[in-house]
Design a protein around this ligand. Structure first.
Ligand SMILES: NC(=O)c1ccc[n+]([C@@H]2O[C@H](COP(=O)([O-])OP(=O)(O)OC[C@H]3O[C@@H](n4cnc5c(N)ncnc54)[C@H](O)[C@@H]3O)[C@@H](O)[C@H]2O)c1
Ligand SMILES: O=c1ccn([C@@H]2O[C@H](COP(=O)(O)OP(=O)(O)O[C@H]3O[C@H](CO)[C@H](O)[C@H](O)[C@H]3O)[C@@H](O)[C@H]2O)c(=O)[nH]1
Length: 323
């Protein structure tokens, strides 16, 4: 893989920064594009500090096809990891057009420009959100998919688009990575999750309570049919997730890989909200004040991954424990 050039869209974001560190460590060359919609340029300076050398970065919005073309005209990419997109479920319910515009138009532009420049290997950030409220857990890749909100619908549509493209044009190789719940940060502490505004996700919310930026954690739902009444998710360390991208890229570069294939990236273990809080308190030594609140609209009771397919076909498995 030494020397292969990879374009990383959304590379200044949470998962993007951690993946870029691992890509460089593995000997890939990396170009990053981002529009800083949900990130800051400083995140890239921090990546530079971690890896010890400069990065190639361009501020580009994927919806601007001309700008995107300029990126592809300058360099011959061997593949793309496509993180860029909006990801807040609640915001998507309130402003669905924002999600269709950003996630769908941006990705359609990317496919068009990739096709024009004959770059046809893509790792796409999908999500366990495509399983909706699963009837059976753990979620297996070939179960029926359904979306529960506009954000989830964009991921589902984009998976369908990827499947259609690869079916019609056999020279595309696409891996859909369905992330479960990424948490934690690089061991250096220099990069991590730092969303703009009030966090939607559990872990960054707990972190902001811990540092006193927010007064208490609202626990959404304590009457779920689970062991302690709170909802269960599959929390995966972001560095494990980053390594899942390396495994996926390597798979794309093997001659036998064909078509468009989905893989779950999770641990296969479910953890409740209260268990997450307890684990955080133990690790940090800080008390997290909590308020028990009604359920959050659209939340599933329990979601965790079946992880055998990624282990068998990508040779990838989580190694870092999150709780
Ligand atoms: N974090 C999660 O819980 C989670 C779970 C499942 C899937 N995902 C998906 O993984 C991907 C990365 O997630 P993340 O947690 O790193 O999010 P993030 O918001 O930290 O990173 C996304 C990056 O994309 C950039 N971006 C957004 N729209 C853009 C556009 N039109 N052009 C260029 N850049 C753009 C943002 O500025 C940001 O830096 C997203 O597609 C997200 O939907 C995330
Ligand atoms: O302040 C908070 C935030 C969350 N939760 C609870 O914590 C659990 C996890 O919530 P997150 O928002 O962290 O994660 P979700 O599983 O709801 O969704 C996240 O992960 C999904 C993938 O699994 C999708 O990608 C989605 O976009 C992303 O927000 C849920 O039961 C939620 O109700 C709280 O109790 N309080």
């Amino acid at each position: 893989m030494e020397g292969k050039l990879v374009l990383v869209t959304g590379g200044a974001g949470f998962i993007g920064t951690h993946t870029v560190v691992q890509l460089l460590k593995e000997g890939f060359r990396v170009s990053i594009i981002d529009n800083f919609d949900n990130s800051v340029e400083e995140a890239l300076d921090r990546v530079k500090e971690v890896v010890g050398w400069g990065l190639f970065f361009l501020q580009v919005d994927l919806r601007n096809k001309d700008d995107l073309e300029k990126v592809f005209a300058k360099s011959k990419f061997d593949g793309v990891i496509h993180f860029a997109g909006r990801k807040a479920v609640g915001e998507s319910v309130e402003y669905p057009r924002r999600y269709f515009d950003n996630n769908l138009i941006g990705t359609i532009n990317l496919y068009e420009v990739m096709a024009k420049y004959n770059c046809k290997k893509m790792v796409f950030s999908s999500s366990s959100t495509v399983y909706g409220q699963p009837e059976k857990i753990p979620c297996v890749e070939d179960t029926e998919l359904k979306a529960m909100n506009p954000y989830g619908r964009t991921k589902l549509f984009l998976e369908e688009i990827a499947r259609d493209i690869s079916q019609a044009e056999s020279d595309w190789q696409i891996i859909l990575l369905r992330y479960f719940n990424p948490v934690a940060a690089h061991e250096s502490g220099k990069i991590g999750e730092d969303p703009k505004g009030i966090p939607n996700n559990l872990m960054p919310y707990i972190q902001q309570v811990a540092v006193g930026r927010l007064p208490e954690l609202n626990v959404y739902g304590h009457d779920y049919p689970t062991r302690d009444g709170t909802a269960i998710r599959d929390y995966i360390h972001v560095m494990d997730l980053a390594d899942g991208h390396i495994a996926a890229l390597k798979k794309l570069f093997t001659p036998d890989f064909k078509g468009c294939v989905p893989y779950n990236l999770g641990t296969g273990r479910g953890t409740s909200v209260l268990e997450m809080v307890a684990a955080f308190e133990k690790a940090s030594g800080k008390k997290i004040p909590m308020k028990l609140c009604p359920r959050r609209a659209g939340d599933a009771t329990a979601v965790y991954a079946a992880v055998d397919k990624a282990a068998k076909e990508l040779g990838w498995k989580y190694v870092l424990l999150t709780s």
